[in-house]
Design a protein around this ligand. Structure first.
Ligand code: C2O
Ligand code: CU
Ligand code: CU
Length: 460
């Protein structure tokens, strides 16, 4: 199982450079109406080397299929629910697509019940690293495996010697490799969120991944965890940040460490050392000590390959007009007067609020009024104010915003769909309200989202 996934990953790296990969066909159906089929189902997975975890998967595997889309080209993905008892859906995190395809039950479409299916059909406008996950029963499904990457290739393809997706996730496992019974602990949800104890990259603990000597490498980091954040550091010189949340940084930047909150993505680029057998550790830096996430190792390559990083091209995101923009304030609060703590999901406690209101997944069928009503085509500045002692990766559906400034740290403006809001920090983001619909606006620490740190905005 373990070697299987490693081979899968390596062939995937080859695929990105244009060579056909037979393993990915598993996700491709035989009939012509759709490009991919994703079957939500329970399956036994070796997350720890010698112990099966009863996982909830797409197509019976962890990692889930990496969906390959093309910028500006229609893609159809059929979701079939073969779970025993849970409804599901797929949200395409970061893709600026129509509201009906956003995968939020009760807004985009009804929940997909066991035995039912739904075809997502859209045209991704932006190239980059994006991901997918359910937007109902998110906590149990995401904690047990239902998360995957969707990579949108540039309209004019960029060539790298290796282009490697790296899904980061920390699972909550018992010593025998099975999931812990409790994937949600209310006392933790009221703080940083319930965290895991078994770190993997593409489903493997501390894998070694081969990269071709001397070639231009793209690493696509994606934090698919429910709560943890990573401080990514690649121990090599001249590592460039190519993109954040799929959006190219122009010009690319150098930064030795980057904080990746839940839901966020980071594309890094560098030139591999020219000798074979050189190891480059990728670390998660922390005050408690550095943790090795994976090791890159140079290997001889027969094919010719690019030796310089290609130039990234901006995605077609409209620039907000700051002079005419209307400002809206959102305050993210910790609610001290918490409701009685319960372990049953049907009675999720409320710990968090946005502008004094709390939406939880259980109440999604009954949304109430939006947090803000925006006029289609107008520019907006959102002031995001965190009055709590905990950080929140704040995410808006259907949009990518420009992160303008913070009252706590220096920010060179960049475009993203999720922004890390530190404790007591205030951040300004801006965007043009050019995508109509009801769009979820929430913290991507899933326990926070499920206990009140969620709302929605309406654009019409
Ligand atoms: Cu990944 Cu509602 O989001
Ligand atoms: Cu999203
Ligand atoms: Cu949060």
């Amino acid at each position: 199982m373990k070697t299987d996934r490693r081979t899968f990953l390596q062939s995937l790296a080859v695929l990105m450079t244009g060579v056909y990969c037979p393993r990915l066909i598993l996700a491709k159906p035989n009939h012509p109406d759709v490009d991919y089929i994703l079957i939500a189902k329970q399956a036994p997975i070796n997350l720890m080397p010698n112990g099966k975890a009863t996982a909830l998967t797409y197509n019976g595997n962890i990692p889930a299929p990496v969906i390959q889309a093309k910028q500006g080209q229609r893609i159809r993905i059929k979701l079939i629910n073969h779970l025993e008892s849970l409804s599901t859906s797929i949200h395409w995190h970061g893709l600026r697509i129509p509201n009906a395809m956003d995968g939020v039950p009760f807004i985009s479409h009804p929940p997909i019940k066991p035995g039912q299916s739904f075809i997502y059909d859209f045209i991704p406008p932006d190239a980059g690293t994006f991901w997918y996950h359910p937007h109902i029963n998110s906590l149990p499904q995401m904690a047990r495996g239902m998360v995957g990457l969707i990579i949108v290739e540039e309209k004019l393809p960029l060539t790298f010697a290796a282009d490697i997706p790296l899904s980061l996730k920390k699972w909550r496992l018992k010593a025998d490799g099975e999931f812990k019974k409790q994937q949600f602990i209310p006392r933790k949800a009221a703080r940083h969120g319930t965290q895991g104890n078994w770190q993997t990259v593409n489903g493997n603990a501390q894998p070694t991944i081969n990269i071709p000597v001397g070639g231009a490498i793209r690493l696509r980091f994606a934090n698919l965890d429910n709560s943890v954040y990573y401080n990514i550091h690649v121990a090599h010189e001249q590592v460039k940040m190519l993109a954040l949340d799929g959006m190219p940084l122009l010009p690319s930047r150098e930064q030795s460490e980057y904080q990746l909150g839940a839901g966020m993505r980071l594309d890094l680029g560098f030139i591999a050392p020219s000798k074979p057998g050189i190891e480059i550790p990728v670390l998660n830096k922390s005050a408690m000590g550095d943790e090795v996430l994976l090791t890159l190792k140079t290997s001889q390559q027969r094919q010719p390959f690019p030796k310089r990083l290609p130039d990234m091209l901006a995605n077609p995101v409209q620039h907000p007009d700051l002079a005419s923009a209307e400002t809206k304030l959102f305050t993210f609060d910790w609610d001290a007067a918490v409701s009685p703590v319960s372990e049953k999901e049907a009675e999720m406690p409320i710990f968090w609020s946005i502008n004094q209101r709390s939406l939880t997944e259980m109440t999604m069928g009954n949304l109430g009024e939006p947090l803000a009503k925006l006029t289609l085509g107008k520019s907006y500045i959102f002031v995001l104010k965190n009055t709590s002692q905990y950080h929140h990766p704040i995410h808006l559906h259907g949009y990518s915003f420009t992160v303008l400034e913070s009252d706590k740290r220096k920010i060179i403006p960049y475009i993203a769909d999720t922004v890390m809001l530190g404790k007591n920090e205030q951040i300004k983001v801006a965007f043009v309200a050019d995508n109509p619909g009801k769009w979820m606006f929430h913290c991507h620490v899933i326990d926070h989202m499920e206990t009140g740190l969620m709302g929605y905005i309406e654009v019409s």
